[in-house]
Design a binder for this molecule. Structure first.
Ligand SMILES: [Zn+2]
Length: 64
């Protein structure tokens, strides 16, 4: 495992990945984000509902 892996969050869908371009929506990503939430069952997740998430994955709570 990498010691200091940098993760990027998508500015449009909040998806967190190691890519500089969002693998979900090809949107712009940023290193400037806070909080991480893992959605394993978006259909039952209140957080996913609130954030408008329509797929499982890891998302940033706050993206600047
Ligand atoms: Zn995205």
């Amino acid at each position: 495992m990498a010691v200091r892996q940098i993760y990027y969050a998508c500015k449009s869908c909040n998806f967190v990945s190691e890519m500089t371009v969002c693998p979900r929506c090809a949107g712009e990503t940023t290193k400037d984000w806070q909080g991480m939430v893992a959605i394993v069952d978006y259909e039952k997740s209140e957080i996913a509902k609130k954030m408008g998430i329509t797929a499982n994955g890891t998302y940033a709570l706050k993206v600047r």
